[in-house]
Ligand binder design. Structure first.
Ligand SMILES: NC(=O)c1ccc[n+]([C@@H]2O[C@H](COP(=O)([O-])OP(=O)(O)OC[C@H]3O[C@@H](n4cnc5c(N)ncnc54)[C@H](O)[C@@H]3O)[C@@H](O)[C@H]2O)c1
Length: 345
């Protein structure tokens, strides 16, 4: 099988994780890095690849089948359009862009060139997410009634050293809620509307410290979600699974899906049903666990990107799908700003 050659634009925290994932895949080669920072020189030297100051010079100097874009969110658009123009497929970090307008330009670029744009919502590569979707959409809970979720932790102070992380585009709504919003869409179906409040009671910067939202799904189910990057708690997806080596695992669930006939704890996958007729609160509840182990999602995602480039698999989440997750997420900020419910119809 021919080796797939990938260029990396933005070799920061998550860019280095992608370099590690490429290293785990025999048939994928990192062929170049584009990043203007001094730190990237060391990264490129260690990876043994040429370093370019920007995407255009990388695409001119190295032959890339695909390009990974892991620049700060507000700098996703130009590298993505340059890569498509140069004939390379794209794996772009989440959120696809900071605004829906920009994201739609990427959707249009992918359509025009016929190239694939895969968006790095890595939770889609976890068996826990797939199983939850099967249970919810397969009817194990009966009709879905409600969803309750939480993502509350306290980020380390140096996280905010880069100025771009103090802005709203890097706040926990756009940076972190987007993962949960994408997972909720994937598991429960489309989001119809969102109402939200955000606040900055701790740091007082442009980015929010806390958000509280209600979600109406197209199915009629309602959801509520609390989010903060300034609250000490054990309840986040990352802590539940130990996905990120820098965030110690707690094993605590972060979400619950409630249907007329049963409930599901997530991502620990514990299903609750009434044991016997009349299947109501007079009956004991039974508990069934589905313990699942997951491979490193970044490696699975990288392997999938190569398969998409070879034409062997359709993208698990393309630009249009990720734009819908972005629209539902930025609706939180719009609702908080206007005090109105935001419809996504
Ligand atoms: N999938 C996930 O779970 C996950 C986790 C963290 C970050 N991210 C996303 O990854 C992106 C980057 O985040 P990060 O934490 O790695 O940021 P970072 O600040 O650590 O790294 C960004 C890198 O991009 C470089 N850069 C900036 N502008 C550039 C440009 N125009 N061309 C080339 N390089 C440029 C910077 O020099 C820096 O090295 C963001 O969109 C973020 O939301 C995703």
């Amino acid at each position: 099988m021919a080796e797939i050659r990938l260029g990396l634009v933005g070799a920061g925290v998550i860019g280095q994780r992608h370099i590690g994932a490429i290293r785990d895949c025999d048939d994928i080669e990192l062929c170049a890095i584009a990043d203007p920072s001094a730190v990237a020189e060391k990264t490129a030297h260690e990876a043994g690849v040429p370093l370019f100051a920007d995407t255009a010079s990388m695409l001119a100097g190295a032959q890339c089948d695909g390009v990974i874009i892991s620049t700060p969110t507000e700098h996703h658009l130009r590298p993505a359009l340059s890569a498509l123009k140069a004939g390379a497929h794209v794996l772009i970090e989440k959120p696809i862009c900071a605004t829906v307008d920009e994201a739609q330009q990427i959707v249009a670029g992918a359509t025009k060139t016929g190239l694939h744009v895969l968006v790095a919502h890595q939770r889609r590569y976890y068996p826990q997410v797939e199983k939850a979707r099967d249970l919810v959409q397969g009817g194990a809970l009966g009709p879905l009634v409600a969803v309750s979720g939480q993502w509350t932790l306290r980020k380390h102070e140096s996280y905010y050293d880069p100025d771009w992380r103090k802005k709203w585009q890097a706040g926990p709504v756009v940076t972190n809620l987007i993962h949960d919003m994408d997972a909720m869409r994937y598991i429960c179906g489309e989001v119809e509307s969102v109402m939200a409040e955000v606040g900055s009671p701790i740091l007082g910067w442009e980015k929010e410290d806390v958000a509280a939202l209600t979600i109406r799904f197209s199915s009629g189910a309602l959801g509520s979600f609390i989010l903060s990057d300034q609250a000490t708690s054990p309840w986040t997806w990352e802590m539940a699974l130990g996905e990120n080596i820098s965030i110690p695992r707690t094993g605590e669930n972060a979400m619950r899906f409630m249907g007329r006939d049963g409930s599901l704890e997530f991502p620990n996958l514990v299903l609750w049903n009434h044991a016997a007729p009349p299947f109501d609160w007079t009956q004991p509840l039974t508990r069934e666990a589905f313990p699942l182990t997951a491979e490193d999602a970044y490696t699975v995602q990288m392997r999938h990107f190569a398969a998409v480039i070879r034409g062997e698999e359709p993208p698990r989440i393309d630009a249009a799908d990720a734009t819908r997750s972005l629209a539902a997420t930025v609706a939180v900020m719009e609702s908080a700003r206007t005090g109105q419910r935001v419809s996504l119809a």
